[in-house]
Ligand binder design. Sequence first.
Ligand SMILES: *Cc1c(COP(=O)(O)O)cnc(C)c1O
Length: 381
Amino acid sequence: MNKKTQLIHGGMTTDPYTGAVTTPIYQTSTYLQDGIGDMRQGYEYSRSANPTRSALEGLIADLEQGTHGFAFGSGMAAISAVMMLLDKGDHLLINSDVYGGTYRALTKVFNRFGIEADFIDTTHIDTIEQYIKPETKMLYIETPSNPLLRVTDIKKSAEIAQQHNLISVVDNTFMTPYFQNPLPLGIDLVLHSATKYLGGHSDVVAGLVATKDADLAERIGFIQNSTGGVLGPQDSYLLVRGMKTLGLRMDQVQRNTLAIIDMLQQHQAVKQVFHPSMAEHLNHEIHQAQAEGHTGVVAFEVEDIESAKQVISKLQYFTLAESLGAVESLVSVPALMTHASIPKDIRQKEGIADGLIRLSVGIEGTEDLVSDLTQALDTLK
Ligand SMILES: *Cc1c(COP(=O)(O)O)cnc(C)c1O
């Protein structure tokens, strides 16, 4: 099935109870039992399951070519549920440029429960195995990563994980299931901050997990119900609604992004551009092989922090804000915003220059975005 068709017809589309074309918002916490333990459709209590959430969970399972989906109250709640698969004393390997919130949860929360993480460079796939210890139980990657869009080989990561009996996890937030499906490449669990492209309208905070492994599905479902970080019916409805246009939005995002990169590469004030679509990008071929398109997150470097500030002050259509993946274009300066808590020397070692600007390209008209950025950069000459 074409992915655009799947976005409309995947999961539970028609309401089985009324025939409503959309799954209604089942705003209920509990359900009638005709006799003790005799539930009409299996629904008992909305932490365990809710029909609106079930519609969303079925949809993400289908989109990721999995069998089971799980919806959480945020991307971090989804990531935390995945980390709860680990036991005290377990160790995991994770890319060093992982999302800041994931880093924080691992180093300030899960460490207190005896779960240890090593943050490593996963872009050089051949070096991963040297970090595996007897206690290592999970390999977790984000590809492409933030803000320099570094690419890790998904299939090889899955192979390494299989050989060493590790649970393999991909945070697929930047790519969406429309452009990248880690499960068919052998990955055990794929997760999303659905706050970003899946919701797509800057109006929902949510997280999703999908798998095709029945055992892992049972364990994640148990953790979801036991620890309770579930997504409510209103937000589940909004996400399903947003996801119907994911394909249309990503097509336009990609079109805009490639046009912007074309301009940036030619502009005198731009020192370097970071995006996996570029032939000179590290692991470009791997990205081309494992993905069907391109994220709208792109980073580029200007001379220094003052230049970055000036460009941002001149932009009309790029809103200065954190987050990414919505219909409106956003701009940020990682060194002053998302990555400000990282010490400057470590930041620079990681390649995050002070003059680095990160865009999240939206779905506005291509010419408007290109000319807006051009005029802002022109003021630097
Ligand atoms: C935003 C984000 C998260 C966290 O998701 P929330 O919905 O904000 O909790 C995790 N991973 C990536 C790649 C993100 O961009």
